[in-house]
Design a protein around this ligand. Structure first.
Ligand code: ZN
Length: 134
């Protein structure tokens, strides 16, 4: 990756960072809704909105920490390398997701593991625990 390319990514990352911080503040504002004296339906609605806001803040914070990590990598001059295997992440991938920390191979592996943990693996683990308990 050339210095010019890295600077372009740095700019994109900083722009994204500002956006994320703004969005997090906007959603966090929804978390502080005062519910005194409202009728129950309004309360349920605002609870749903608050749940959505919580999820949004969690998700945005996760992206923000990825963006911060990428900016750190830029300043250390290691931006664009997969944190797992050290191979260069393809430019096309970085252009889509400038805060990508893994190459596509490692990313797919992680996603498969996460998906497995969410379903079969979690089930299998519980099954094992039950069997041991019995
Ligand atoms: Zn990798």
């Amino acid at each position: 990756m050339t210095k010019t390319q890295m600077m372009r990514f740095q700019e994109a990352l900083e722009t994204k960072r500002h956006e994320l911080v703004r969005e997090i503040h906007a959603h966090a504002g929804q978390l502080a809704i005062c519910e005194d004296g409202r009728d129950p339906i309004d309360q349920v609605q605002s609870m749903n909105q608050r749940d959505e806001a919580v999820l949004a803040v969690q998700w945005l914070s996760r992206v923000l920490s990825d963006v911060d990590a990428a900016l750190r990598a830029v300043s250390e001059g290691v931006y664009g390398a997969c944190v797992e295997c050290g191979e260069p992440i393809r430019l096309k991938r970085l252009e889509t997701i400038p805060w990508a920390s893994h190459c596509i191979v490692c990313q797919e592996f992680i996603e498969r593991c996460e998906a497995a943990q969410g379903t079969d693996l979690a089930w299998a683990l519980r099954f094992d625990e039950d069997r041991e308990a019995a």
